[in-house]
Design a binder for this molecule. Structure first.
Ligand SMILES: C[S@@+](CC[C@H](N)C(=O)[O-])C[C@H]1O[C@@H](n2cnc3c(N)ncnc32)[C@H](O)[C@@H]1O
Ligand SMILES: [Zn+2]
Length: 268
């Protein structure tokens, strides 16, 4: 897929050490292959930090969320050639889907440079680098041309409907995954005296029509270090008092419910 220049909007050509646009705007390419196309932001957003990303990578690599990857793959039409993963994180879903859709190419974007670096490294390690490109970019300003993508993946990441509609081809699909009310409930109960339920938004974003919606709910048995890793990859890791988080030390294993909503939406 062709990235576009965040300054002038013309196509970027990948070279070994940089991306160059037709108007000579140049962007360094990291050793792992990704490029930083994030323009100065009015309100600085950082995205997920290194510890959270490393935890997510370790946890996802253990396969606990494979049923969700399957559900997302099922939602993608077989003949899809162009995918964009917005808020791709460390690239477990992106690369997993590239392996299942061998004729597709994918552009992965995240506002966190660490996330994109991990994703680019994963693509190299999993032999999907030739069909993928990775850029640090915000959901508000995606460096892809208008109507250049058939399917957007937006998994547990911020949603920007107008920007998604701009880059999606006519009749293109938006696939969202969101945590449902009691996602990780037992983990929350183990840590908090008064856990609260999530409040998922299960409607189609503006400019999209919901064509199907699926709830995926199953227990996972998490033991030892994986329990801490699971906690560390969630936003709770930063919001929880040390004394509460330490309650996990007393557990050797825990059966935890995971609950996801998968929404398939079509551009209107
Ligand atoms: C909960 S993680 C999900 C990552 C990945 N989709 C997954 O499911 O493993 C949310 C991701 O959104 C990214 N993010 C947060 N704000 C963003 C923004 N404004 N633009 C792009 N990405 C953003 C974070 O850095 C993080 O990697
Ligand atoms: Zn340019």
């Amino acid at each position: 897929m062709t990235l576009i220049c965040p300054v002038c909007g013309s196509p970027l050509t990948p070279e070994p050490a940089r991306y160059l646009c037709t108007k000579n705007h140049s962007f360094d390419r990291a050793k792992s292959g990704y490029v930083n196309l994030l323009m100065r932001q009015k309100h600085r957003q950082r995205g997920d930090d290194t510890a959270m990303l490393a935890a997510r990578r370790d946890f996802l690599d253990q396969g606990f969320y494979l049923p969700l990857l399957d559900a997302v793959a099922e939602a993608i039409p077989q003949n899809t050639e162009t995918l964009a993963d917005i808020g791709c994180g460390e690239g477990w879903y992106s690369c997993g889907l590239l392996k299942r859709f061998s004729a597709a190419s994918l552009a992965g974007f995240d506002i966190s440079p660490d996330a994109v670096r991990y994703a680019a490294q994963r693509a190299k390690a999993e032999n999907t680098a030739a069909r993928s490109c990775w850029a640090v970019a915000s959901v508000n300003h995606i460096p892809l041309a208008d109507e250049s993508c058939r399917c957007i993946l937006n998994l547990f990441a911020p949603c920007e409907p107008a920007e998604f509609a701009r880059i999606l081809a006519k009749d293109g699909l938006l696939i969202r995954a969101v945590p449902l009310e009691r996602h990780l409930w037992e983990l929350k109960c183990a840590v908090y005296d008064e856990p609260y339920e999530n409040r998922p938004v299960l409607a189609a974003p503006e400019g999209f029509t919901l064509i199907s919606q699926k709830a995926l709910r199953y227990p996972i048995n998490v033991s030892g270090d994986a329990l801490h890793t699971l906690f560390a990859m969630t936003p709770y890791a930063h919001k929880t008092a040390r004394s509460d988080a330490a309650k996990l030390d007393a557990l050797t294993s825990l059966t935890v419910t995971v609950e996801f909503g998968v929404l398939i939406c079509k551009k209107q």
